[in-house]
Design a protein around this ligand. Sequence first.
Ligand code: FAD
Length: 493
Amino acid sequence: MSVSRAQPPVSLLIHSNLYEIDPVLKSVLRRFWQAHSQYEDRLRAFGRWVGETLLPAVWHLDHHSPPCHLYFSPFADRVDHVWLDPLQWQILNQLHQFEMIADIWKSRSLMYHYALGYLLSDAGLYCIFTLTTQTAIILDKYGPFREVVPKLAGLQKPYAYGATFYTEATSGSDLSQNQTVARRVGDHWVLTGEKYFTSNVGIADWALVTAFEEGAERHIKNLRLFVVPRYREGGEPNYVIRRLKPKVGSRLVPTGEVVLDGAIGWHVGELSQGIYYTVESLMYSRLANAVASMGLAMKAYLEAQAFAQRRVTFGRPIIAHPLLREEFEVWRRQLERSTALAFWAVALLDGCWRQSPPYSEAYQLARLITHIAKNRTAEQALAITQWAIEVYGGIGVTTDFLIERWHRETQVAIIWEGTSHIHALEMVEAIRRKGAGRILVDYIRQQGCPAQDLARLETLIQRIESEPEEQVQRQAKHLLRQLAEWLEQWLTA
Ligand SMILES: Cc1cc2nc3c(=O)[nH]c(=O)nc-3n(C[C@H](O)[C@H](O)[C@H](O)COP(=O)(O)OP(=O)(O)OC[C@H]3O[C@@H](n4cnc5c(N)ncnc54)[C@H](O)[C@@H]3O)c2cc1C
């Protein structure tokens, strides 16, 4: 691999086919996705597009042209326009041409979407598509406004985009403390409150919004889910965008603060099921987070590898020094393991994502593995991208090169869609209260796991089920890591 004049020097992967050069992805997809071979040509085309178009574009957009907020029209009307560089719009249109969301409706499977998510693995850009996918699936399954789904899915132009406005200044992890209230007026609702982290704001035509009915007790079971359009029928904005948040990473998705001051909305599906729809919507984004974390880690790994093959110290390429060679080997094995965990979680959800509440045991299993995979992949991606910067040496921390960006992009992965603490605690809850640990053990036994290996898993589950609650909570992150390691070992044995 050499750097030519035609190749911007920001990355050693530019003009590579990211699908072709990936040492892990193909075998993982082959294992968990029966239809994989039918998609090979499309994945190859996408991998080429990532190397040729995406990498130089994101370096430029991230540094020189991230989204910006234009508050007023020339006549001083509050318009809250979120401006995207035309290059970014071009990229979003191309992602639709690759049928990143549309294929879910064509194949009735999530696998191609997540395979592309891994190869795209740009926290900001992928977030725009993840939020839109969540919104499309929830509206398609539960209504209302099923007629807008083809636009959200990229099956029909003009394309539409979605968002999830759940977090408030008082409540991100603990949505039972949401302060936004909804009042029924005729066939619709009027929402009042403030949402504190609203990704895709200004782009999104439709947002899923959590709120409590006016006067309702603040209990998580009473949380309701609404769909709120960006504009009212007359064309005026339905809510105010107070500002865009300045961020160290995921900068290509505009994330803002929103004031709902009598915003018009409609409830999703059955009013009383709001909390279930909210949690279900998070399943899709948590898995996006998992595959994107591994995709980011792989980009950083390949970039570090390309650098280490040519950078010479003490008379040889640095990759030939035993210490670094060993590190490359250790991280390659970890990439294989955690990528397998992420796509296993995707495959589990793929088998049951069309279910509605009350969900089956298969869904409980998918949910348990999603908590584990989301956390594990985010932790590994942070470590791998940090290490890759070090391999680049001093220039790794300059913003001249993309290598530092992969680490900035992973920073958010451990926080949004639920922090590492919350996933560890939800894992404990799923095992102690929903019997998900037993479901997992039975599932793995049916796959023919040797008895002595299974015994180690059972001991771990029993500990989580039976030790005093406070003790298990204190150990929750450690227990999640142990479970993740066991599962990764089993998946890649
Ligand atoms: C770039 C970005 C984009 C985002 N986009 C969106 C979006 O589009 N829509 C949306 O709704 N939200 C969005 N979020 C919000 C995100 O989901 C929340 O920030 C996250 O869920 C954490 O909530 P919080 O910030 O309120 O932290 P808190 O819930 O206040 O938590 C603070 C700390 O306390 C810990 N903690 C909380 N409870 C416990 C406990 N019981 N035990 C142990 N530790 C605990 C947390 O893990 C965390 O470390 C976004 C966030 C970021 C950074």
